[in-house]
Design a protein around this ligand. Structure first.
Ligand code: SRM
Ligand code: SF4
Length: 570
């Protein structure tokens, strides 16, 4: 009989709870790489083997091994780090990585360019300040995201608490991380199976992502994730429970219509005391029902499309021993971050800074280090690649703002730039088909020029770019989404909802820089002239017939294009 399980399932199964031959591979000085199987396993430890793609041609010419180095992703639930932790991350970025820090779309930090022999020192330095990278990647629950707004209300504090509790509860139990990276004690005999009660020895069929949102801000993009909790408040502003969402996801493959982004469904309502039970049940149903044969079809979104929401809910309720209520009303008004100062009731202020595409480099890194040295509050990384200097007492606020202003970390005037995100892409991402982080600023300069001509410079229009269709910057939930197709060429998506509740639609395929600008310019012009009061760009393009409205799931690929071409040609 043919064994149909995907290759990754065999690797996990044989890995002895994520150990593989990682420890041995670290000792191998002949290569900067590790074995192919270990490349899969190391993801569960929060790391990826990469190589500098800019250097590939030259090294190939010289018959040299690729310029291998590792990306490390930290696990930071809710994005909260202390100044001491920030200083430690900054130090390892300078000592062992490529002297930059990358704030990610999942509220954490990535470091790039760490060579194999520096992995252990890096992880030990992180461990010294109680930071870990376990389960930041891999077929497990990843970093849990949460509205980062510090103590704006008791509901925000409750959301942070829930994010932390769910994150801790879903952590893998294997001692492999401590053993391999921190020289921890091996389990006696080496063979004794650790208790991995939630995941079992083959973990999940695919990655799994959880978020917690507090309306009206949908800054976590709740509909893009496998499992989400929406805070429902009572009349006194206390959390009375949570609407539970399931089955969101962004990834797809160009030209394969059975892969698609999907917005999550509302599955029901639960009380706070049941929220963790529900999380565990959702994870274990996906563990048992998810597709372990075809990885492209293994995310929870496909399980729910295949089995139906009702069957999924019934099984979750059965396993959790909890009956979910009907979802309660809620309203989101926006995605993205609100920049500048917000003041808490306790006299402390929170300054949301703008970091272009999340990349901290040079003077901006220096500035955050300087702030961290005297800051006694905390830092909060946002789900949109930015950072909040949080809980700053009144007497330190001017100094924090001065330092941030000097290095350009305050929000820009351009509405497009304020609402932009780009994934990493080249040169580190092995899956990139086109530039993203390195190109989006130039594209926005050109688009800002056109927006300015139509009097739209300050308008909040959400734009997101990725170097491939995997969707790491959640481009299908942007009012303007650009997805890499090949070098210098992108697919253009339009018509997602400003509040993140509806996906976009493919509008133009395989366009280059000039094509993007000339395609969008007449639509900007029409928007400026014809929009209704308060109408967002994503709504306008649908009302004006530029693109059709996307419903859910497979509908993403239906009814694309032609309407658009008519309008653009006018
Ligand atoms: Fe992602 C893979 C970067 C958020 C969907 N993502 C990758 C890899 C690891 C490439 C790889 O597999 O070799 C990228 C590393 C690039 C590099 O050089 O650093 C990468 N993803 C990122 C980050 C850093 C983008 C950013 O610029 O911030 C984000 C890190 C998140 C974190 O801190 O945990 C990041 N990735 C996302 C998101 C957004 C989110 O989670 O909110 C998504 C879409 C949501 C989703 O999961 O559906 C996302 N990444 C993917 C996928 C497609 C998954 C799928 O279901 O098809 C891949 C490819 C894969 O898994 O096979 C991928
Ligand atoms: Fe890489 Fe594609 Fe993710 Fe961008 S969207 S970081 S190119 S996997």
């Amino acid at each position: 009989m043919t064994d149909e399980l995907s290759r990754n399932e065999h690797i996990k199964d044989a890995s002895n709870f994520l150990r593989g031959t990682l420890a041995e591979g670290l000792q191998d000085e002949v290569t900067g790489a590790i074995t192919e199987d270990d490349q899969q396993l190391i993801k569960f430890h929060g790391m990826y083997l990469q190589d500098d793609r800019d250097l590939r041609p030259e090294r190939a010419r010289k018959k040299m091994e690729k310029a291998f180095a590792f990306m490390i992703r930290v696990r930071i639930p809710g994005g909260v780090v202390t100044p001491q932790q920030w200083l430690a991350l900054d130090q390892v970025a300078r000592d062992y990585a490529n002297n930059t820090m990358r704030l990610t779309t999942r509220q954490t930090v990535q470091l790039h360019g760490i060579i194999k022999s520096n992995l252990k020192p890096t992880l030990k330095a992180m461990d010294a300040v109680v930071l870990s990278t376990i389960a930041a990647c891999g077929d497990v629950n990843r970093n849990v995201m949460c509205n980062p707004n510090p103590f704006q209300s008791r509901a925000h504090a409750a959301a942070q608490d829930l994010a932390k509790v769910v994150s801790d509860h879903l952590l893998p139990a294997t001692p492999a991380y401590r053993e391999i990276w921190l020289d921890g004690e091996k389990i006696a005999g080496g063979e004794q199976e650790p208790d991995e009660p939630i995941y079992g020895k083959t973990y999940l069929p695919r990655k799994f992502k959880v978020v917690v949102a507090v309306p009206p801000s949908n800054d976590v993009d709740i509909f893009a994730h496998d499992l989400g909790y929406i805070a429902i408040l009572d009349k006194k502003g206390e959390v009375s429970g949570w609407n539970v969402t399931v089955g969101g996801g962004m990834g797809m493959t160009h030209g394969e219509k059975d892969t698609y982004p999907r917005t999550a469904d509302l599955m029901g309502f639960c009380k706070t005391q049941d929220a963790v039970k529900i999380a565990e049940a959702v994870v274990t149903v996906q563990r048992d029902w998810g597709d372990r044969k075809v990885r492209k079809h293994a995310r929870l979104k496909y399980t729910i499309e295949d089995r139906g929401l009702d069957a999924f809910r019934a099984e979750v309720e059965r396993r959790a021993g909890v009956k979910l209520g009907a979802p309660k009303p809620f309203k989101f008004t926006s995605t993205g971050d609100r920049y500048g100062w917000s003041q808490g009731d306790d006299g402390r202020g929170h300054l949301t800074l703008f970091v272009q595409s999340g990349r901290l480099i040079g003077r901006q890194m220096d500035a955050l280090r300087e702030i961290a040295r005297f800051h006694d509050g905390d830092f909060r990384i946002t789900p949109n690649q930015h950072i909040i200097v949080a809980n700053v007492p009144t007497e330190k606020q001017n100094e924090v703002e001065r330092i941030a202003r000097e290095v350009g970390l305050l929000a820009p005037w351009s509405g497009l730039r304020r609402n932009s995100m780009a994934c990493v892409a080249l040169p580190t991402c092995g899956l990139a088909l086109a530039e993203s982080e390195r190109y989006l600023p130039d594209l926005m300069t050109a688009l800002d020029e056109r927006l300015g001509a139509h009097g739209l410079s300050a308008d909040d229009i959400v734009i997101r770019m990725t170097g491939c269709p995997n969707g790491c910057a959640r481009p299908y939930l942007a009012e303007i989404g650009l997805v890499g197709k090949g070098p210098g060429r992108y697919n253009l998506y339009l018509g997602a909802a400003h509040d993140g509740s509806r996906l976009s639609k493919l509008y133009a395929e395989d366009v280059d820089h000039a094509g993007i600008v000339s395609t969008l310019d007449p639509i900007f012009k029409a928007y400026a002239a014809e929009r209704e009061t308060g109408e967002h760009f994503g709504e306008f393009v649908i009302r004006a017939g530029v693109v059709a409205k996307t419903g859910n799931g497979a509908d993403f690929h239906a009814n694309i294009g032609p309407k658009a071409n008519r309008v653009a040609a006018e």
